[in-house]
Design a protein around this ligand. Sequence first.
Ligand code: G3P
Length: 505
Amino acid sequence: MLAIDQGTTNTKAMLVDAASGLVVAQASAPTSIGFPAPGWVEQDAECLWTASLAAIDACLAQQPDAEVLGIGVSNQRETVVCWSRSEGRPLGPALGWQDARTAAWCADLAQRQPTAARTVRDRTGLSLDPMFSAPKFRNLIDAAVAGGADPSDVAVGTVDSWLVWRLTGQHVTEPGNASRTLLLDLASLTWHDELLTLFGIDASHLPELRPSDATFGVTSTLHGRLAGGVPVLAVLADSHAALYHHGCTTPGTGKATYGTGTSVMSPTSDPEPGPHGIATTVAWHVGGRATYAREGNIVASGSALDWMAATLGVPEGTAGGAHLTALAAEVPDSGGVSFVPAFSGLGAPYWDRSAVGVLVGVSGGTTRGHLARAALDAVAHQVADVVEAMESDGSARIETLHADGGATASQLLMQVQADLLARPLEVASSPAASALGAARLAAEQLGVATPPAEPGRRVTPHCTDSPQSRAARLAWGQAIARSRGMTVSQTDSTSSDETIERNDP
Ligand SMILES: O=P(O)(O)OC[C@H](O)CO
């Protein structure tokens, strides 16, 4: 099986022996990303494709005799591409999932139509937030048509759709990716007219919906070393693919994927949206049945580590931020410093686009080590916020949190995470859980049951209820309040009787 995992910073390609589940070759190729204005995040759609081809080629070169039986795709979600059907070229930049340029448009919609946010939440399980695809689709379609494109020639899609279109010529997607667009009705798993009208999008621009284990066509031609005629057997959104890889298919199981952002996800038997900023989403549609999940998306986690590393002049490009971790390990804690990386506002569970990045508690004694540790803590606190919100919503307690993604290489981060959550983590032996999940589903389409994921390394909390963890959570809550422009007043720093008020603008 050839798995392609197209992510924000790179595309990974992996050859997996279908019967044993063993990885026999892997390669990756970097993508480019641009930040042309505050809150704007763009990628070059053509580069997403060429990076995928480069990764596939480098991977296949390691096993020139391998016969590729099928392809599984996993991909960064919410990011959108607009292209010309007739010419095959992108129309405009890909708007990244972190891109918040449509924030004012979303706010205006919510103001003009006071029921809009409620409709969106009830039908799609998501917040009316610029991270999701529909406002981005609208933005790109409008720009393409204003630039002279024939509307009937304009196609849009999430990254899976773009890659599959380039591979097989079919304009298709699956419910997991589609459930991140604000256009999919969770109950019927169709593009919904009320939502299309709300966002002013004509369904003719959108891909056809197929189950995650459908056939998505066959490679239309030779793509470098990849032969023509190879079927695309599975498509899963990246976070969902990681959940699939971990075998988290029932409530009470769950995982956190530590990528550019972090997605915390746990299957649910109750797809009704909850009150605490946690999304309901389609995990996958496999074997004729949809599996739903609760999810909290943290917008900046790996990107917060990268930012801190760059700011401190720590060498970059080390798996899991090894140098940043080494710096953080020089100190026992952050020395009272909290860092809230609200680079373009905050995602789950706050969904506050007006929140700003803050670094608080800095003193004359603050060292680079304290700042590095504050960055690691920020990632772990954000995950803890989401897990707590999920459980307050009534989701089953996740007894052991599976962890995957690049930053899991940081043992210090994993230990801080286990301590703050007061529960064990099982850290995947391969950080590339998304690619493995896509390969697994693709193999299953050929009737090959790959063995369960290898057990990962277990990280146990030092203590299940420590005063240090409670104090750290309280300080973090205060930093979040500051990031959101609220006033924090309290009489005793260890008391939970704090009051937080929003400042008048
Ligand atoms: O590129 P990643 O791995 O950070 O994943 C991006 C997410 O899918 C965004 O929702």
